[in-house]
Design a protein around this ligand. Structure first.
Ligand SMILES: Cc1cc2nc3c(=O)[nH]c(=O)nc-3n(C[C@H](O)[C@H](O)[C@H](O)COP(=O)(O)OP(=O)(O)OC[C@H]3O[C@@H](n4cnc5c(N)ncnc54)[C@H](O)[C@@H]3O)c2cc1C
Length: 402
C-alpha cells in the first residue's frame, strides 16, 4: 500500500519497482508496455492530489539520486530525477552556484517538484519548471529521449507534465551564482501589507506572508512570534540579497546566511492544502475577498492563508503561463469535512481567473482547464504523440488530459 506524506492519498499498485539505472527504468517501462500495464512514478510523496495513483507499475526513483554535473560558466546543473532539492545545496555551492529560488520545503525530488510546477516566492523568479533547460525521459515504448532547447515546443510540454510524457530520469536546470540572503520576519496588520503591496512585490527578491485568522492559526504551521496577539495579523517574510559586508547572523527573524539555509521551513503533516494562482494584479482584490470569506462566512477556517508571488514562464501547463501570479493557499484539517470550505474558496477564486497547483487539492474540470490554460491543447497533442495508448495516465489525469 502506497500513501502520501499527509495520508490523504493511498492505493495499492499492481506491482512496484525501484530501478537503479536509466537502463533498468527503460526495461521496466518497455516490459509494462508489452504486458499492457499503466505506469506512474512516485516522487517524495508530497502531493495532495491523486497524481501518483496507479493500478499498474509504480516506480520509485529514489536510487537515481545526485547532482551529476555543473557548468559554472553556462550556469547549469544536471541531476538525476530522484535528487532531493536539498541534495543540490553543497555540490552547487562548492562551484559558486545555487538554485535560483526555492519553496517552503526542500524534501521533494527534483522530478516531482518540476512535474507540478513547484514554486517559491518573488516575481523575479519562475517556479522550478521555468528553470528546466532539458529533461531525459523514458517514453511509452521504453526509448530514452532527451528533450532540450533544440525542441523548444516539446520542452515547454516537458517543463510541467505531471509525469504524463514519460518517466523523467535526469534534468538540466538553469542555476545562478551563489548568493546569501538576509531575512526580515515581522507581524504586520492586514492593512499595512496591502498598503505597501506594490513595494513588497516589486522591490524585494522574496516577499510572502501568512495571514493568521485566529490566535491558534500560527502554531498549525509552526510560526512563532513574541507579539502578544497574532489573530488577524500577517506573518510577513521578506528576503533580500545580503551585501558582502553583511556578516552571517543567526538571530531569528533577522538571519543572514547562504540562501538555502534561509528558505526551508518545517511543517507537520496536519493539513490538506489547496493553492490557486491569480494574475498578479488581481492579487489585492482576491486577497481582500478571501479574508472576508474566511472571517465572516467560514469561522472554522483556522489554518493560515499563505500568500506568495511567482514570475511568468511559458510552459503550457504552468499556473504562471505568461503571467506573474499572486499565489493563495488555504488548508483544511485532516479528519474534518473541509470540502464545503475548499469549494467556497474555489468558487471565489474562479472569479479571479485562478489556475491551480497540480500537487494540491483543486476542482478543475476539462472545460475550465481549456479556458484557463490557453495552450492546454498543445500539451495534450504532445502527450498523445509520445504516449498514444495513455500508459502514463491514471483516472484523475485521464479526466483532464486524455
Ligand atoms: C509540507 C509541504 C510543503 C510544500 N511546499 C511547497 C511550496 O513551497 N511550493 C510549492 O509549489 N509546492 C509545495 N508543496 C507541494 C510539492 O512541492 C509538490 O506537490 C511536489 O510535486 C512534490 O514533489 P514530490 O517529489 O514529493 O513528488 P510526488 O508528490 O511524489 O509526485 C508529484 C508528481 O510528479 C510525478 N513524478 C515524480 N517523479 C517523476 C519522474 N521521475 N518522472 C515522471 N513523473 C514523476 C508523480 O507521478 C506525480 O505526478 C509542498 C507540499 C508539502 C506536503
Amino acid at each position: 500500500m502506497w500513501s502520501n506524506w499527509v495520508g490523504n492519498q493511498s492505493f495499492t499498485p499492481g506491482y512496484a519497482a525501484a530501478p537503479a539505472s536509466e537502463d533498468e527504468v527503460a526495461a521496466m517501462v518497455s516490459d509494462a508496455h508489452e504486458r499492457g500495464f499503466k505506469v506512474r512514478v512516485a516522487g517524495a510523496r508530497h502531493s495532495f492530489t491523486p497524481i501518483v495513483q496507479t493500478d499498474g507499475l509504480l516506480l520509485d526513483l529514489s536510487d537515481l539520486r545526485g547532482v551529476i554535473g555543473t557548468d559554472a560558466r553556462r550556469k547549469r546543473a544536471t541531476a538525476l530525477a530522484g535528487t532531493l532539492i536539498r541534495d543540490f545545496y553543497e555540490p552547487l555551492w562548492s562551484e559558486g552556484l545555487a538554485l535560483k529560488n526555492q519553496g517552503d520545503i526542500d524534501t521533494q525530488q527534483i522530478a516531482g517538484a518540476v512535474a507540478t510546477a513547484t514554486h517559491g516566492s518573488g516575481i523575479r523568479n519562475t517556479c522550478f519548471s521555468g528553470a528546466v533547460r532539458g529533461v531525459r525521459i523514458v517514453t511509452a515504448g521504453g526509448a530514452i529521449r532527451d528533450i532540450d532547447e533544440s525542441e523548444p515546443e516539446l520542452l515547454r510540454a516537458a517543463q510541467v507534465s505531471i509525469g504524463m510524457l514519460g518517466v523523467m530520469t535526469r534534468l538540466e536546470l538553469e542555476v545562478t551564482d551563489a548568493y546569501r540572503l538576509t531575512e526580515q520576519i515581522d507581524l504586520w496588520s492586514w492593512d499595512a501589507v496591502l498598503e505597501r503591496w506594490d513595494e513588497l512585490v516589486h522591490e524585494h527578491r522574496h516577499f510572502g506572508f501568512f495571514w493568521l485568522p485566529t490566535e491558534e492559526s500560527a502554531a498549525l504551521y509552526n510560526l512563532s512570534s513574541h507579539d502578544e496577539t497574532m489573530a488577524d495579523k500577517c506573518y510577513v517574510k521578506i528576503y533580500d540579497d545580503a551585501g558582502p559586508e553583511q556578516p552571517d547572523s543567526a538571530v531569528v527573524g533577522r538571519r543572514t546566511d547562504r540562501c538555502y539555509r534561509i528558505y526551508p521551513m518545517v511543517y507537520d503533516p496536519n493539513f490538506h492544502e489547496l493553492e490557486y494562482f491569480v494574475p498578479l494584479e488581481l492579487g489585492p482584490d482576491a486577497l481582500s475577498a478571501m479574508r472576508d470569506l474566511m472571517l465572516r462566512r467560514l469561522p472554522d477556517s483556522i489554518f493560515p492563508l499563505e500568500v506568495r508571488t511567482v514570475g511568468p514562464d511559458d510552459a503550457y501547463l504552468s499556473p504562471n503561463y505568461k503571467t506573474a501570479t499572486t499565489v493563495i493557499s488555504v488548508s483544511g484539517k485532516p479528519g474534518t469535512d473541509y470540502w464545503a470550505y475548499l469549494r467556497s474558496v474555489d468558487a471565489l477564486l474562479s472569479e479571479f481567473s485562478a489556475r491551480v497547483h497540480w500537487g494540491k487539492l483543486h476542482f478543475l474540470t476539462r472545460e475550465r482547464l481549456h479556458a484557463l490554460y490557453p495552450e492546454a491543447d498543445v500539451f495534450i497533442r504532445a502527450r498523445r504523440e509520445l504516449d498514444p495508448t495513455g500508459m502514463f495516465l491514471n483516472d484523475h489525469l485521464r479526466e483532464l488530459f486524455a
